[in-house]
Design a protein around this ligand. Structure first.
Ligand SMILES: [Zn+2]
Length: 80
């Protein structure tokens, strides 16, 4: 999950639901000075919450850890 961390640390995505900018979610202990290198990231601490989703194409239920978080306060969609 961190293999492309360096090259994409400032990358953002568009929310699939509302089209708003979404930021990468970063897990683990991250020092304040390191956080400054990631101005567009959400820091989730050490707790990795698995979430359930139903994958639209297959209808199968999957579990995973969200990697992206919509920054629209009214949406807050998270996905991976
Ligand atoms: Zn959204």
């Amino acid at each position: 999950m961190t293999k492309d961390c360096k090259t994409t640390r400032t990358a953002t995505r568009k929310c699939l639901v509302c089209g708003h900018e979404a930021w990468r979610i970063m897990y683990g202990m991250i020092m304040p000075d390191a956080r400054e290198q990631y101005p567009k990231a959400e820091f989730a601490g050490c707790v990795m919450m698995e979430e359930l989703r139903i994958y639209p194409a297959t209808g199968k239920v999957e579990t995973g850890v969200p990697k992206w978080a919509c920054q629209n306060a009214e949406c807050r969609h998270r996905w991976w």
